[in-house]
Design a protein around this ligand. Structure first.
Ligand SMILES: NC(=O)c1ccc[n+]([C@@H]2O[C@H](COP(=O)([O-])OP(=O)(O)OC[C@H]3O[C@@H](n4cnc5c(N)ncnc54)[C@H](OP(=O)(O)O)[C@@H]3O)[C@@H](O)[C@H]2O)c1
Length: 262
């Protein structure tokens, strides 16, 4: 029984790609997918950081891990990255659209059009461009799994935060996920998103260290009264990418300790 269950979550032989994977959740997605057996492309703008992450994950898991440049806002860069994948493995089974610009702290009325556009360009248009070009590989293969990163901020208005461009971009990613799940089902491609709540990444830990009051207040809105950790998000990506989730398509899997219940 245990062996059958392990097989359901096994990603051996799969090729995965995670954008923005040099640090934070992206790095954890890469590590978790590799731990489950996948070979992984780590792509980001900061190549030395991506290479360091690749080395670390290879040491830990023994899987093939490639590090390469991508700027998800630049269509030519995305197309170059696709060519690199074609030349290296000839196929792509799992695409995790993780790259994003984080939530700003500027109230909407003070947000410049440049700031607004930069967020949309990375979080929404970058996801679109990667889906468009890597999706063509998957359509040709007649198989694939896309995992987009949505957010709690795209579902509800967060207390004690400035909402705006980030939250709108993530709500749109959820919409894009649903649309493409419908359109690409005919090609045997599943498209889902993960909706993390507050997660203790290194960047968030540093923010909390300086804004302890924000952390304390946030706990009042999370029924479990704890922030999530990156490993928990990695496990969700492995689940969605695996055969265990073969009937899950077009879902936005919320992992927020219950924040959205109320
Ligand atoms: N952490 C949380 O609590 C939380 C909660 C909800 C949702 N999320 C979502 O989860 C994902 C990861 O979050 P995180 O906290 O790990 O964020 P993060 O630490 O800021 O990592 C995002 C990565 O995206 C990359 N990136 C940004 N612009 C890019 C571009 N144009 N092209 C390629 N890569 C680009 C950056 O790497 P380079 O600079 O090297 O390119 C950066 O390392 C994001 O989509 C975020 O919105 C996170």
């Amino acid at each position: 029984m245990e062996t059958i269950m392990k097989k359901q979550f096994d990603l051996t032989g799969k090729i995965a790609l995670v954008t923005g994977a040099g640090q934070g959740l992206g790095k954890e997605f890469a590590r978790s997918l590799a731990s489950a057996g996948a070979d992984v492309f780590i792509m980001a703008r900061n190549v030395p950081r991506a290479e360091k992450a690749a080395e670390e994950i290879h040491e830990e898991t023994g899987r093939k891990i490639w590090a390469r440049f991508i700027d998800v806002t630049d269509e030519h860069s995305v197309m170059d990255a696709v060519q690199f994948v074609r030349d290296t493995t000839g196929r792509l089974d799992i695409l995790v659209n993780n790259a994003a610009l984080g939530r700003g702290v500027t109230p909407l009325q003070d947000t410049t059009l440049e700031e607004w556009n930069a967020t949309m360009n990375t979080n929404l248009n970058g996801t679109f461009l990667c889906m468009k070009h890597f999706g063509k590989m998957m359509i040709a293969q007649k198989s694939g799994c896309v995992i987009n990163l949505a957010s709690l901020g795209g579902k509800v208005c967060l207390k004690n935060c400035c909402t705006g461009a980030y939250d709108v971009s993530k709500a749109a990613v959820e919409g894009l996920t649903r649309c493409m799940a419908g359109e690409w089902a005919q090609y045997n491609i599943r498209v889902n998103s993960i909706c993390p709540g507050y997660i203790l990444t290194d960047i968030n830990k540093a923010y909390i260290a300086e804004h302890g009051d924000f952390y304390e207040k946030s706990l009042d809105h999370i029924p479990t009264r704890v922030w999530g950790n990156p490993e928990q998000m990695g496990d969700i990506a492995v689940f969605i990418a695996s055969d265990a989730a073969s009937y899950i398509n077009g879902s936005n899997l919320v992992a927020d300790g219950g924040y959205t219940i109320f």
